[in-house]
Design a binder for this molecule. Structure first.
Ligand code: EPZ
Length: 432
């Protein structure tokens, strides 16, 4: 079993190269199922969720050729109607539900395991189903899998008004509508950068998608999409996480390969805490010297403060001067990491969607467990500022979404190492 060991207190100095966006890659890779001919996808992050998605695509018949760690050649010509994503793999990741939209678009039918992914409380998919049904699909669940079939053998464009500006539902409906007959209009659509990246990829293949990045997206279905080359956008949450690391540990770090516009809300909030951020074309310089100031945060869909940065921000506020308040406005239950931060001396009270953080002078290192991807990132951020050593278990959660986080942090002077420890012995029946 792998753990990270971090000795905190060293300010960070140097440069971090940000990888491609995990959540854009997890939408664009299944979208290659809609395309005739090979697609060369560049700047994919080398993270386990992307590896899993590539394995699933290979298992349903796509030819997958990794040209290097971050470039893949995909040809889905070999995928046949009725192909089914392997249940045990698909259930491990929420993004596998994008295969429903992709298979519906290509074959007018789909069978995919109910989604898994980070445990953030209730994560329904009713808005996805609302969109598929609006396009003319019948949906039912059988033996843990979602079955979708176009009622008259093909999907027909339709207006869909989302009750929630759901990222996943917006992406899934774009996938299904890209080859449907006629016009689909998604209202109250999610505006995240990875929604735009998917639309840009599909349009580069010949699709007709307008309005991505706004709350109204129009998709005119096309009969055929053609392969080509496409580079994934940089990961704004990975970049935000390293901004939080400098905020917590102090120092001065340049982040390369970023789109500053995608970071605006994170930059604005960290500036409130007392951090200096200088923006360039495709990089930012972040610096923190003095004590952090308190701030209030409410997470919202893009362009609001991202929910995927909420745990990391809490770790920073744990050492800010004064009392801060965090309101989780997107996920159902995203404070499971708080108990672990409390082991490090954080003073956080959670009541439903609200967390009140009383800043302490300094956290102290402790053995802690990551319980999901961004919770694990928050523990890394906290450990970088803490006095003494922190051992973080469950790092497989972190490696789902962060490429080479140990190497990148060591590259800016963090005292962090990854080490193998024996699996805890399971208690046996005759244990005394
Ligand atoms: C995506 O999840 C991301 N995952 C999440 O990132 C991210 O936290 C989330 O968007 C919000 O930005 C991927 O892109 C793979 P949603 P998703 O549908 O699509 C409710 C990470 O750390 N909702 O926008 O599941 C839902 O309960 C991961 O990288 C419905 O009610 O997010 C939630 O409260 C964690 N009905 C809210 O909307 C639905 O049908 C936002 O969910 C769908 C969602």
């Amino acid at each position: 079993m792998t753990q990270y060991v971090i000795n905190g207190g060293t300010p960070l100095h140097g440069t971090v190269n940000i990888s491609g966006a995990k959540n854009a890659a997890l939408a664009i890779l299944p979208a290659t199922l809609l395309v005739d001919g090979p697609c060369r996808i560049e700047n994919i992050p080398k993270v386990t969720d992307v590896t899993l998605m590539l394995e699933i695509l290979r298992d349903v018949g796509a030819s997958i050729r990794l040209l290097d760690d971050n470039t893949v050649l995909i040809d889905s010509g070999g995928v046949r109607v009725g192909s089914v994503a392997p249940y045990e793999q698909a259930r491990r990741m929420r993004a596998s539900y994008y295969l429903i939209g992709a298979f519906l678009a290509r074959f007018s039918s789909a069978q995919v395991a109910m989604p898994g992914g980070c445990n953030l409380g209730v994560r329904p998919i009713d808005q996805h189903i609302k969109g598929f049904e609006a396009l003319g699909a019948d949906i039912h669940v059988k033996a843990g899998s979602i079955h979708a079939d176009a009622r008259n053998g093909h999907l027909t464009g339709s207006p869909v008004y989302l009750d929630v500006a759901s990222v996943g539902a917006t992406i899934n409906i774009i996938l299904a509508a890209a080859m449907a007959d006629g016009l689909t209009v998604i209202e109250n659509a999610a505006r995240e950068p990875h929604v735009v990246d998917l639309a840009n990829f599909l349009n580069s293949s010949g699709a007709d998608i307008k309005g991505a990045g706004t709350d109204m997206i129009k998709i005119r279905g096309k009969k055929r999409l053609n392969g080509g080359t496409y580079a994934i956008i940089p990961d704004q949450i990975e970049a935000g996480t390293y901004m939080a690391a400098v905020t917590a540990a102090g120092g001065e770090v340049t982040l390369n390969n970023v789109i500053p516009k995608h970071l605006e809300c994170i930059t604005a909030k960290l500036t409130e805490l007392g951090v200096d951020v200088e923006e360039f074309d495709d990089s930012i310089l972040i610096k923190r010297e003095g004590r952090l100031r308190k701030a209030n945060i409410k997470t919202l869909p893009y362009p609001g403060f991202p929910t995927d940065m909420q745990p990391q921000a809490s770790a920073c506020l744990s050492c800010a001067e004064g009392i801060s308040m965090i309101t989780e406005g997107v996920a159902d239950n995203r404070y499971r990491y708080v108990d672990e931060l409390k082991r490090m001396g954080a003073r956080i009270q959670v009541d439903g969607k609200v967390a009140v953080v009383e800043g302490v002078r300094r956290l102290t290192g402790a053995p802690v467990q990551a319980c999901d991807l961004r919770a694990g990132a928050a523990l890394v951020v906290a450990a970088l500022s803490a006095q003494g050593a922190t051992e973080i278990g469950g790092v497989y959660h972190i490696e789902r979404g962060y490429e080479d986080i140990v190497g990148k942090l060591r590259g800016v002077g963090a005292d962090i190492r990854s080490e193998e420890i024996p699996e805890p012995e399971l208690l046996t029946a005759n244990a005394t």
